[in-house]
Design a protein around this ligand. Sequence first.
Ligand code: FAD
Length: 374
Amino acid sequence: MRVLVIGGGVVGLSTAWALAKVGHEPLLFEAGPLPNPGGASHDQHRLIRSLYGAERGYACMVGAAYGAWDRLWADLGRRHYVEAGALGISLQPPESPGNDLAASLTVQRDLKLDHDLLDARQLSDLCPYFQIPDSAWGLLSRPGGILLADKIVAHLAGWLRREGVDLFAETRAIDIDPEAGAVRLADGQIALGDAIVVAAGAWTGKLVPALAERQTPQRQLVVFLAPPQSQAAAWAQAPAIAQFPTALDSYGCPPVAGTRLKLGALAARRACDPDALTEGSTEEAEALFAPFREILTEGADYRVTGYKTCPYAVSHEEDRFLTHREGCLTAITGCTGHMFKFGALMGERLAATATGELAFESFARWAAGEEIPG
Ligand SMILES: Cc1cc2nc3c(=O)[nH]c(=O)nc-3n(C[C@H](O)[C@H](O)[C@H](O)COP(=O)(O)OP(=O)(O)OC[C@H]3O[C@@H](n4cnc5c(N)ncnc54)[C@H](O)[C@@H]3O)c2cc1C
């Protein structure tokens, strides 16, 4: 089948990969360059972790995601992944209502996932770079770690080109006729396909009106840091930090495989138009980082060495991925801050759904985090 894929982030590229592998003919259209530094998939690292609070479906999906990454590594001839473990830290007692990390612990136990429960002393030993209060406890889960995101998207685009897949960079889709299988491009040309997949990240609502009301494009700023010399060795061994003891809903990526230490906070995201994304500034990065200095050992001695802004679509439905089917079109959005880890797997499932191998209803329920065997 000829499948028109709109969007060249990790989801669109992975969909093209999955289609090409089984003999379909994907054509991929990307509004920006390929890879696109302005998309959500382009950054040094993304976390993969099965700490998903009470969301058992997504915790299960992580296991399947590792299988899909292995299939991708086999094709690329290289693993762009660092197994570091994934850590959550909580200051609330596990029995306190709404404790997300306690819910993760229950799911880890139920699903028999490999994990360690850490008390405050063990946490201090593991993370000397944090000031750990006596009330803290942690959950270290394996497998978990860092996907080297910009290497993955660049290598995937290169693989597709070498396989002869048509990738059209700087080619924006303007509108879609899902019944006719037609996509009108910015230069006025019409592309025709048997199926269409929209994986346009924060832009999806502009192309698929039915999804516009179910998500909000938001801008997220992350900061890159140089730790003080005394903490550098510990950070180099650090796990991926999925949850950490600030009020900001924070996460951290250790400086592995040539990347820089990076911290982010969900509290810092703002609604945006992804076509008019404002650059960050040193002042904004310093302001984001200021509260982190309070909880870091020698926090005053960290240097902000850079920052990056990215847009993503925040799902209005409890961070669940949002899907839509209309005629021959299948669309996904609402990827918020947690789709990258599922990139290769989502590509496989989108490809199967677009070509009719997988029923859209099953795909939609699975993507929304329902635990579906198989
Ligand atoms: C700061 C930050 C931290 C994150 N951390 C994590 C993490 O730790 N773990 C994790 O799993 N996930 C994480 N995520 C989420 C993850 O990165 C995203 O959900 C994922 O990359 C989305 O991929 P995508 O392909 O759907 O979108 P994108 O990568 O944004 O790609 C969409 C592409 O579509 C193109 N496009 C849009 N409109 C059109 C059009 N009309 N025609 C043609 N092309 C179009 C855009 O130019 C863009 O390149 C994070 C995201 C951010 C921003």
